[in-house]
Ligand binder design. Structure first.
Ligand code: A3D
Length: 320
């Protein structure tokens, strides 16, 4: 069986970590693409030299030529500029929209059958624009945010309850940003919903509210600490989980920014919802029942995404 091929479009902090994880997991051969000359080549060579130590067999190639991504099974897009302290994700819009155009055209030409995972911020707008520029089917283009946001929520909950992260599940819906909606009613410890755990005296509502707030600001907290750049380990791991579900047809149920066509009352927007990812890309959108509070939060989030799309359409007439 031929090895799979993964193309990391953008070889910065997340791109390099993605390549490292993909190689360590032997998901396939890896192409690191970037416009910064030398960076993808340097990282590819460095990672290749980790192979003999770790014992992974993956060919890694660094390039600035889109022709090298030809035939990729998966493309993970981090190309663009990350958020700096004091900068909102939305400030990135103008710069990264142009990057999505170049990347979308590159994928369209060289890897039109790939499953494409977008990470570039502002996520929900960039994944929509990338899909438009690439012309790929909607089910083959998805945004990574929910796996990361729910991992942050799970980490904080596991810490609070002093239990294994493995036994904590959490759902975060809506756009990636300050309006995301961590859904407490669907978050559990070994199947026990968090509201029941509050009743059982495991924690207090105030503490859960504080965790929800910290989850929403999870990206910003790390940006502030790092001082230069944004989170990269957990974002990369999250995208690799999505890629793996596609490559191995695992059919995992993961929160992701998916194209909605009427689900949750939303049409032609990418918003974070639970989806099934398998060999067919996004194979199913899971429409869960939300309580009134989550519904309202979801709507605020959807409105924020809509606003960003309007801004994109204004910036690039071809998207209108
Ligand atoms: P960084 O280390 O700066 O890497 C970005 C790379 O993109 C750089 O190496 C650039 O040279 C490269 N690049 C710029 N323009 C192009 C282009 N036209 N074609 C190819 N490559 C290009 O950033 P990072 O890896 O830390 O973050 C990447 C993106 O992910 C940023 O937009 C972040 O805001 C975003 N991000 C999203 C999440 C989500 O949860 C959605 C989390 C963390 C970061």
């Amino acid at each position: 069986m031929a090895r799979k091929k993964l193309a990391m479009i953008g070889s910065g902090m997340i791109g390099g970590t993605l390549a490292h994880l993909a190689a360590m997991k032997e998901l396939g051969d890896v192409v690191l693409f970037d416009i910064a000359d030398g960076l993808p080549q340097g990282k590819a060579l460095d990672l290749s030299q980790a192979g003999p130590v770790e014992g992974f067999d993956a060919k890694l190639k660094g390039t600035s030529d889109y022709a090298d991504i030809a035939g990729a099974d998966v493309c993970i897009v981090t190309a663009g500029v990350p958020r700096k302290d004091g900068m909102s994700r939305d400030d990135l819009l103008g710069i990264n929209l142009k990057v999505m155009k170049a990347v979308g055209e590159g994928i369209k030409q060289h890897a039109p059958n790939a499953f494409v995972i977008c990470i570039t911020n502002p996520l929900d707008a960039m994944v929509w624009a990338l899909r438009e520029f690439s012309g790929l089917p909607h089910n083959m283009v998805v945004g990574m945010a929910g796996v990361l946001d729910s991992a942050r929520f799970r980490h904080f909950l596991a810490d609070e309850f002093n239990v294994s992260v493995e036994d904590v599940t959490a759902f975060v819906l809506g756009g990636h940003g300050d309006t995301m909606v961590p859904v407490v009613q669907y978050s559990t410890v070994a199947g026990i919903p968090v509201p029941d755990l509050v009743e059982m005296g495991w924690t207090t509502q105030d503490k859960i509210d504080a965790i929800v707030k910290r989850t929403r600001g999870g990206g910003g907290e790390i940006v502030k600490l790092l001082g230069n750049g944004s989170a990269f380990y957990a974002p990369a791991t999250s995208a690799i989980a999505m890629a793996e579900s596609f490559l191995k047809d695992k059919k995992r149920v993961l929160p992701a920014a998916a194209h909605l066509t009427g689900q949750y009352g939303v049409d032609d927007l990418y918003v974070g919802v639970p989806v099934v990812i398998g060999e067919g890309g996004v194979e199913r959108i899971v429409e869960i029942k939300l309580d009134a509070e989550a519904k309202q939060g979801f709507q605020v989030s959807v409105d924020a995404v809509k606003e960003l799309l309007d801004a994109c359409k204004e910036l690039d007439g071809s998207l209108a």
